[in-house]
Design a binder for this molecule. Structure first.
Ligand SMILES: Cc1ncc(COP(=O)(O)O)c(C=O)c1O
Length: 378
């Protein structure tokens, strides 16, 4: 029972009653102080009784009115009334369940009995388009298939077919800068944990607005911290599944602590990754170093960035990194699809390097941006 309601609502009621009493006075109905107190007392008893009954209904989930059984027409009418501002950023949606593309965001729906919804039993990708070109399309599709294979999910489509569906959905969206979200799901049916229950896999592709970080974050660098959320161990970390609760909790802790990101360390004390970003350092010798890919998702952007660096003659390495390596690095950067290469200038209370954005981060970002032009056009 909420003490707040019991304490405050009668006060509001009493205020109303006092106001009404004053008004009655003004129109000539005289009331003595005793009458007024008695009225307030009666109102108080009535209100507390009413409030207890109301809360009992809430506790036992007794609806205040009978719930309607809706027909399809009523459902469609009600769905259309839901005009949430964020829907403006939803450009097109492909659903193999519908067997087509829809542009009306009200139809952005997935069956509740799809194992993706009730068990997180699906794999996904987030891919960026810039200047009407899809960045790193092949590496993303390859990783989708690696993730699917690791969980024994057999897609009903070839890689070429999925690429074709993506490009058609992008054409329908008709926007230059977007984020493609691709979900390959176990499919509807069964409502159990049994992955053999569903009738077959489904594919959902949503094209949305691309939301970028403010330029100031790239100029000043970001502030990161140490995550307390247990890391996903090897196999789970390497599958980009819809089972992202630990990643969600990492984002929550970053937001709650007013940090830009938090990063995890595995049970051996080695640096892993952030909620949906990889982390790379430039060590004291100037070597661009990524953590050993053990309890980490192999990022497509990080892989591409290090390939470019290597091809340009820069020294790169993969090794286990500790918190000490992070604190003593010359440069630290977060790398991922939406943010590209984002410099880190502070870790907890430690300033990274000289506290300024470093030359390697600036160079790598410019290289990735130049790479956008090699994307798949649509
Ligand atoms: C857990 C995790 N790590 C790293 C990344 C970065 O990968 P990418 O560069 O392919 O976006 C992602 C991206 O979604 C992620 O979810």
């Amino acid at each position: 029972m909420s003490p707040h309601i019991l304490k405050t609502r009668p006060k509001i009621g009493i205020k109303m009653l006092e106001h009404m009493t004053q008004m009655n006075g003004a129109i000539g109905i005289r009331q003595g102080a005793g009458q007024k107190n008695a009225a307030i007392g009666i109102f108080h008893v009535w209100y507390v009784t009413f409030d207890l009954a109301r809360q009992a209904r809430m506790i036992y989930s007794i609806p205040m009115s009978t719930i309607e059984i809706l027909n399809p027409h009523q459902i469609w009418e009600r769905i259309q009334q839901k005009n949430n501002a964020f829907q403006a950023g939803y450009y097109a949606f492909y659903s193999s369940w519908y067997g087509g593309i829809v542009k009306d965001p009200h139809f952005l729906m997935c069956p509740l009995d799809d194992h993706m919804v009730h068990r997180g039993d699906a794999v996904f990708e987030a891919i960026k388009t810039v200047g009407r070109q899809v960045f790193l399309l092949d590496p993303h599709i390859d990783r989708l298939f690696v993730s699917a294979e690791k969980i024994g999910l057999k897609p009903r489509w070839s890689k070429a077919a999925i690429k074709d569906i993506i490009l058609q959905t992008l054409k329908a969206a008709d926007k230059s800068e977007t984020l493609i979200r691709l979900f390959l799901s176990r499919g509807p049916g069964g409502f159990t944990t049994n992955p053999y229950d569903p009738a077959g896999t489904e594919l959902y592709i949503v094209i949305t607005e691309l939301k970028l970080l403010p330029a100031m974050k790239y100029q000043a660098g970001v502030h990161i911290g140490r995550s307390e959320i247990p890391v996903k161990e090897t196999w789970m970390a390497q599958v980009k599944s819809c089972n992202y609760l630990p990643n969600v909790m990492m984002k929550k802790e970053a937001v709650d602590r007013k940090l830009d990101f938090t990063v995890s360390f595995d049970r051996d004390g080695f640096l892993t990754e952030s909620s949906t970003e990889n982390i790379v350092i430039v060590d004291q010798e100037g070597v661009i170093t990524q953590p050993e890919l053990r309890n980490i998702l192999k990022g497509t952007t990080m892989t591409r960035a290090l390939d470019i660096a290597k091809a340009s003659g820069k020294q790169i390495a993969h090794r286990n990194l500790t918190e000490k390596d992070l604190v003593s690095a010359k440069e630290v950067m977060m790398i991922g699809t939406t943010l590209d290469v984002l410099p880190v200038t502070k870790y907890e209370n430690h300033i990274i390097g000289d506290g300024q954005v470093g030359p390697v981060a600036i160079w790598l970002k410019s290289q990735i941006e130049a790479d956008f032009k090699k994307g798949v056009a649509f």
